[in-house]
Design a protein around this ligand. Structure first.
Ligand code: BTN
Length: 271
């Protein structure tokens, strides 16, 4: 079993960097602090790296989507990737789907066939396992002084435990009986990220990324409601469009394109 954090061979060869800490409030925050350091210190730069992975044994103030908190105990994976992308980069919203399919493939590597079939992607970028939320992804961005974009992609995966007292079903990889550590999942994740990021290819491969996401999506064709800060939209989850927006078909045959919100399925599997 791997018990030290290291990059996978593909990520190492591709020139990614790795910063490992024992504890931090948030690995996304750690990446933001690194950006601030880059801005103030000419000797510090991420330019020599393809991207930098920040990983912590323990997060004390993890952040979730839509201002929520991400609870995670030791033994789970909390990691963030810092990327600096060129000015006027296009199709950045698809990175959220790149991240979800990369994490899905990484987890596949350690699951048996039955468990794999129960790993699904929930719009926009959650992972569900046997119907409970297994993992969440938080993407944050900042424009740098020179016009480039710093993108931070945070992954939280329940491996050894799922948080208690959550209002929706949750799950953890250990339920499958798979023998996995956060270190071994990290190796698989940074390698599969490299593969899917290459597939995306600065937007040229967005269509294929979204096809892969769709192939593993939970709930296409099902009745859903989307909660947008209290405003509820009802309809059928028809598809995602070619920018990743959720296409909601309403009873009056009106089509709504949803860019953000929380999806709830009438049949369960909510988060
Ligand atoms: C969600 O709400 O589903 C997204 C959760 C993202 C959690 C991860 S854990 C690593 C990284 N650091 C954070 O503070 N959040 C993300």
């Amino acid at each position: 079993m791997i018990d030290n954090f290291a990059l996978g061979p593909k990520a190492a060869f591709a020139g990614y960097g790795l910063e490992h800490v024992k504890t931090t409030p948030s690995t996304n925050q750690l990446a933001f602090e690194y950006i601030a350091k880059m801005a103030n210190d000419e000797t510090a730069s991420s330019d020599s790296k393809t991207g930098i992975w920040f990983v912590a044994d323990q997060q004390t103030k993890g952040r979730g989507r839509l201002g929520r908190t991400w609870l995670s105990k030791e033994g789970n994976l909390t990691t963030s990737l810092l990327l600096v992308l060129p000015k006027q980069s296009k199709s950045l919203q698809v990175l959220s789907f790149v991240a979800a399919i990369a994490l899905g493939d990484a987890i596949d590597e350690i699951l048996d066939e039955e468990s794999k079939n129960n790993l699904k992607l929930k719009w926009p970028n959650d992972l569900l396992f046997f119907g409970g939320k297994l993992a969440g992804i938080l993407i944050e961005a900042q424009m740098l002084g020179d016009g480039r974009y710093a993108i931070i992609i945070g992954f939280g995966v329940n491996i050894k435990s799922a948080p208690e007292g959550i209002a929706y079903p949750v799950s953890a990889i250990c339920q499958s009986g798979a023998n996995v550590t956060e270190q071994s999942l990290f190796v698989a994740l940074c390698d599969s990220w490299h593969q899917k990021f290459s597939l995306w290819n600065y937007g040229r491969g967005s269509k294929e990324v979204l096809t892969q996401w769709r192939n593993r999506a939970f709930g296409i064709g099902k009745p859903i409601n989307v909660n947008q800060s209290g405003k509820i939209l009802n309809g059928v989850f028809y598809d995602i469009d070619d920018t990743g927006r959720l296409v909601l078909l309403q009873e009056n045959n009106k089509t709504i394109y949803v860019s953000a919100g929380d999806v709830n399925f009438e049949t369960g599997m909510n988060s």
